[in-house]
Design a protein around this ligand. Structure first.
Ligand code: NAP
Length: 254
């Protein structure tokens, strides 16, 4: 049994993770932490992460909290030699580099996935393949209106993966003018990213490729938070066998 502590246990994702960990025969839920005390699925929720890690000695800490606290949470886990499995988005490249350094120094593997849904990972890998042949591409990500950060980690990672294979170039008309600011979206190496926030959505993304006389669109929809759970459970089981920092669910799929 792998001992797991869930941080952010009272949140939308956190309480789904609590259930998934409890339901898995190879995982044992030993603790739950959030910003406020409470109870989830009969499990007491505490507020001091460092104290809870010391008290319960988990092997893995799953983090679904907030972009402004996730870095400190991960560093606290690594200082306690507990492997973080991180779903919280918003970590900068610089923060990830510091996480990598501490993970290596403390010989405690860490895992981050901007998207734990298998379909989303397949969408990103497919987008990267298509971009070699259709390099003009825009990304539209759509999420619920409680999401704090934009663009989504998935959209950013998709753009990064496409940029690895796509010759850098500016898209659209060279003399294009934005009459409303940012109406053309964010610019990642020439790739436009558009973020939609509305009630009713969970997590969705379209990647649209344009070519001569044709377009090709791929789309992934997470219609429920359970879509992320097989990926989270897999990461809990595999993280201790990794080294340093691993980013992306595709790295641990067989
Ligand atoms: P949420 O419902 O707001 O849950 C976050 C929880 O963390 C809340 O209960 C929050 O408490 C708590 N929290 C805040 N500060 C904390 C701290 N210092 N220590 C412990 N807990 C703290 O958000 P969510 O929808 O579950 O999403 C959480 C994160 O996961 C977001 O970054 C989201 O983008 C990401 N996400 C990732 C994936 C993926 O596949 N990687 C999928 C879905 C979502 P308060 O509300 O009291 O602040």
């Amino acid at each position: 049994m792998i001992k797991v502590l869930v941080n952010g246990a009272l949140g939308r994702m956190g309480c789904t993770v609590v259930n998934a960990v409890k339901a898995d025969s190879e995982l044992e839920l030993v603790g739950a932490v959030d910003a406020y005390e409470g109870e989830v699925e009969g499990v007491k929720v505490e507020t001091n992460l460092d104290a809870a890690l010391k008290k319960y000695s988990p092997e893995v800490m799953v983090d679904f909290t907030r972009p402004n606290v996730v870095f400190d949470n991960v560093m606290t886990a690594l200082e306690n030699k507990v492997s973080p499995v991180v779903g919280t988005t918003g970590l900068s490249d610089e923060a990830k580099e510091k996480i990598r350094e501490l993970a290596e120094k403390n010989n405690t593997p860490a895992f981050i996935a901007p998207n734990f849904a298998l379909g989303a990972v397949l969408m990103m890998l497919t987008a990267q393949k298509i971009a070699k042949y259709m390099p003009d591409v825009e990304i539209i990500e759509l999420h619920h209106d409680k999401k704090l950060d934009a663009p989504s980690g998935t959209a950013e990672l998709t753009a990064k993966m496409i940029a690895e294979v796509r010759p850098s170039h500016k898209q659209g008309h060279p003399d294009e003018v934005e009459r409303l600011s940012n109406v053309r979206g964010a610019d990642y190496d020439g790739i436009r990213i558009h973020s939609v926030r509305l009630p009713g959505y969970v997590a969705h993304q379209e990647v649209i490729f344009g070519g001569l006389g044709q377009t090709l669109t791929i789309r992934h929809d997470s219609t429920g938070r359970d879509s992320f759970m097989p990926g989270v459970v897999l990461a809990c089981k595999k993280v201790r066998n990794l080294r340093g920092l691993t980013v992306g669910l595709d790295k641990i799929l067989d």
